[in-house]
Ligand binder design. Structure first.
Ligand code: ASP
Ligand code: MG
Length: 410
């Protein structure tokens, strides 16, 4: 008998018909002799709708009340699902995050899990029930209800799987797994059968929207095996596990993209100790999150510093840099929101030279200019103009023959 955690996203339970389809699947899993814990998201666009209502009603939107409001979405979904499961002759009990033992910090709208004590979930399983837990929620030390943030249900599922010692955490969604690239951009994007935590972590940190990055990080830290799969076709999806040293590793597994960043360049800054420290301290002071930083070698004692920031922080970043540039005597500050970061990811590139060269040659052959470059042990990222992004993704996907399966070391 296996213990499974099955998480269903909002589109998987968007309407009564979808609810019944999910209930069928859960009941079927139980009849096959498994114990099942379900983690559920709010139905369809419910979370957005609750956020919209709050904006219409209130200017101040106190955090405590926002969390109480938003977590109501999951509460509605979990009780409805239990009713549908009960109709199929399988006992099911719903639990809020707090009832399921999710202890969090007090950061409203973005609470972090501190501990999971799922006694009541275990008792329900022992009684032969399916436990259905509301995703993305917990309780703070002050005993207020907290919300774990957008995409928090994935983290609930992984944390619960870890706390219960579940055999696997299945993340059911509206796509059939993790793909070699965004199937909306490249027709022959292929579903991966397996991928390592490290690779998926790099993918979600560099633009792959699902599963939520925090949940992948949690799964990697605690070694919780994941299975990302479809709640529509129910076909086997992508298994995410620890990298196996004996396994053949793909040189390149996926190409991901992120167009939500903008680029800032401070031109003609003096090349002496303390300038970068001063500029980036000032940016941090304004809560600007900086990624990908590049400094040129200097010419005649002057250099350029470029970095990326989220699009919606560009205005703040520009204001800070203009102020600092004036103070340190830099020539100019320019900002460009129309960029995209394309990242090529694969565990095998650690031990295989030439991947960066292939990335650059492939882009050069198609006249795609690279604005910035960054890399980690298993990732090469380039920043290109946003209008060339789709072409860059396509040619890299073709170049590494990802449509034929990942490129392996021979
Ligand atoms: N329903 C919330 C959201 O859409 C949390 C979640 O289910 O992950 O972000
Ligand atoms: Mg952009």
């Amino acid at each position: 008998m296996a213990l499974l955690v099955q998480k269903f996203g909002g589109t998987s339970v968007a309407d009564p018909e979808r609810m019944r389809a999910v209930a069928d699947h859960v009941a079927r899993t139980v009849r096959r002799g498994n114990q099942v814990v379900v983690v559920i998201s709010a139905m369809g666009k419910e979370t957005d709708e609750l956020l919209r209502l709050a904006r219409e009603v209130s200017e101040t939107r106190p955090g405590r009340e926002m969390d109480m409001l938003i977590t109501a979405g999951e509460r509605k979904a979990m009780s409805l699902l239990c009713m549908a499961i009960a109709d199929r002759g399988v006992p099911a009990e719903s639990f809020t995050g707090s009832q399921a033992g999710f202890l969090t910090d007090s950061t409203h709208m973005d609470a972090k899990i501190v501990d999971v004590r799922p006694e009541r979930v275990r008792e329900a399983l022992d009684r032969g029930s399916v436990a259905v837990v509301g995703g993305a929620q917990g309780i703070s030390p002050e005993r207020n209800i907290t919300f774990l943030g957008r995409g928090g249900s994935d983290t609930t599922a992984v944390a619960l799987a870890h706390a219960l010692g579940a055999d696997v955490c299945e993340l059911y969604t509206d796509v059939s797994g993790v793909f070699t690239t965004d199937p909306r951009v490249v027709d022959d994007a292929r579903k991966l059968t397996t991928i390592s935590f490290d690779e998926l972590m790099e993918m979600t940190a560099n633009g792959c929207p699902k599963p939520a990055m925090r949940s992948v990080e949690y799964a990697r830290t605690h070694g919780v095996d994941l299975h990302v799969r479809s709640a529509f076709t129910w076909e086997p999806g992508t298994r995410v596990t620890k990298e196996d040293d004996d396994m053949e590793q793909a040189i390149v597994s996926a190409v991901v993209h992120d167009a939500s960043d903008a680029k800032v360049t401070i031109g003609g800054v003096e090349d002496r100790p303390g300038i970068a420290a001063r500029v980036f301290r000032a940016l941090a002071g304004e809560q600007v999150s900086v990624d990908l930083i590049v400094q040129n070698t200097s010419e005649a004692g002057r250099t350029d510093i470029s970095f990326t920031v989220p699009d919606d922080e560009l205005a703040t970043a520009m204001a800070v840099c203009e102020r600092e540039a004036a103070a340190v005597g830099a020539d100019e500050v320019t900002g460009d929101p129309d960029i995209a970061r394309i990242s090529v990811i694969g565990a095998g590139m650690k031990t295989h030279p030439g991947v960066a060269a292939t990335v650059f040659e492939t882009l050069a052959a198609h006249d795609i200019n690279i604005l910035m470059i960054a890399s980690s042990a298993i990732r090469i990222s380039v920043v290109v103009a946003v209008e060339q992004a789709e072409q860059a993704i396509q040619v890299l996907h073709d170049g590494f023959r990802l449509d034929e399966g990942p490129a392996y070391i021979d």
